[in-house]
Design a protein around this ligand. Structure first.
Ligand code: F6R
Length: 360
């Protein structure tokens, strides 16, 4: 039931704090989490894969893990497994991420890695799904059923669970400074509250932004570091439900070609993590885009100095950078939702798309 919301997507966006609370609860009581962290800490090479939104969560996991555990983690898009699987062996671990647990591309990747003797950890939202059943260790998000075709609450619960796993793994490897583990886990425990605030404080502003850009045919979503998968997720949402051509890429790439497309009123949405070094580098990219007359939107931590450098600042809670996907994604989901609504499209039923893709 939509519980008074006009669409499931909007309901599910607002359900995110609750979904995160259930997921946190599960993570804390599930012995499989410890086993998964143990397995990752012992692995030679860690691979992580998924499709669509689940790939974005996978990339987020790789970026957080590399920063915390100081080891390489290779993220790849599930349908591209053929290019990676020959590099895997019995000492390696694959993390397979899938909301439904039934996506054929991800299942095929899992099977191919198992054939090479690698062990598999799955993260799904569906108990007893094929991907959960065929993995060695199954970890779950507890987002509840997601009816909207566009993934929303499942992305936030995936990034929460995967960040938790990255912290637990780094703890076992011994790469965190004294007390850092507790500090990071505490940050993750605060995410339901942060997401609640991110939704409530940005909703009105995002609606206005939607009106401003609803006529745009094309947009960029830029970021760096842990903000990049969030930018990719923002672009995917607006493509799939509002049919706006949106491209996400690392902001440093602009000068290597894409900036040629930017002209007055071209929307450029920056995802700006709460990290001084990333902000310093993003400032240069913001200036480049402004100089071409782009409409610059910044999703940034409250109080950031970059607020003055963008045309429209969407302020989100000032949380630790490991929580970027949680704090920064909600306004991007809402933007896609409102642009779709303004165009008279049904965000719950985008054309050409199925909720779960069980063909290759
Ligand atoms: C995007 C979306 C899809 C899915 C993808 C993977 O909003 O819903 O891109 O993320 O099809 O599905 P799962 O996670 O079920 O494997």
């Amino acid at each position: 039931e939509k519980e008074g919301y006009p669409h499931f997507m909007l309901k599910e966006i607002h359900e995110q704090p609750r979904a995160l609370r259930s997921t946190l609860h599960g993570l804390m009581s599930d012995a499989m989490m410890g086993e998964a962290a143990e397995m990752l800490a012992d692995a030679d090479t860690v691979f992580v894969t998924g499709a669509g939104t689940s790939y974005h969560a996978s990339e987020y996991f790789a970026l957080i893990s590399m920063r915390l555990a100081e080891r390489p983690v290779i993220a790849f898009i599930a349908s591209e497994y053929g290019s990676y699987v020959n590099a895997a062996g019995p000492r390696d671990v694959l993390v397979a991420v899938s909301q439904s647990g039934e996506t054929m591309d991800t299942l095929k990747a899992l099977r191919a890695f198992k054939k090479r003797g690698s062990r598999v950890i799955s993260l799904t939202n569906a108990v007893d799904s094929a991907i959960a059943r065929e993995s060695d260790v199954a970890v779950y998000t507890r987002a509840g059923p997601e009816i909207g075709v566009a993934a929303t609450k499942t992305f936030l619960t995936q990034t929460l669970a995967l960040t938790w796993l990255a912290v637990e793994t780094a703890t076992r490897i011994g790469s965190l400074r004294g007390g850092e583990e507790m500090e990071l886990l505490k940050e993750l425990e605060s995410t339901p509250k942060h997401v609640e605030e991110s939704i409530s404080t940005t909703s009105e502003l995002v609606k206005k932004l939607a009106e401003r850009i609803a006529g745009s045919k094309s947009m960029y979503y830029l970021s760096r570091g842990v903000g990049l998968p969030v930018a990719r997720e923002g672009a995917l949402k607006i493509k799939e439900i509002a049919y706006v051509h949106a491209e996400a890429y690392p902001a440093g790439e602009s000068k290597h070609g894409p900036i040629a497309l930017v002209e007055p009123s071209f929307p450029v949405v920056f995802t700006i993590p709460n990290d001084a070094e990333l902000q310093r580098m993003l400032l240069g990219n913001i200036e480049e885009m402004r100089a071409r007359g782009g409409v610059i939107v910044g999703v940034l931590p409250r109080g950031s100095e970059l607020r003055e450098r963008v045309d429209l600042a969407i302020e989100v809670p000032r949380a630790h950078w490991i929580a970027t996907a949680l704090t920064h994604t909600p306004p991007l989901q809402l933007l896609a939702y409102h642009v779709a609504s303004l165009k008279g499209l049904d965000p719950d039923k985008p054309r050409n798309l199925a909720k779960t893709v069980t063909v290759e």
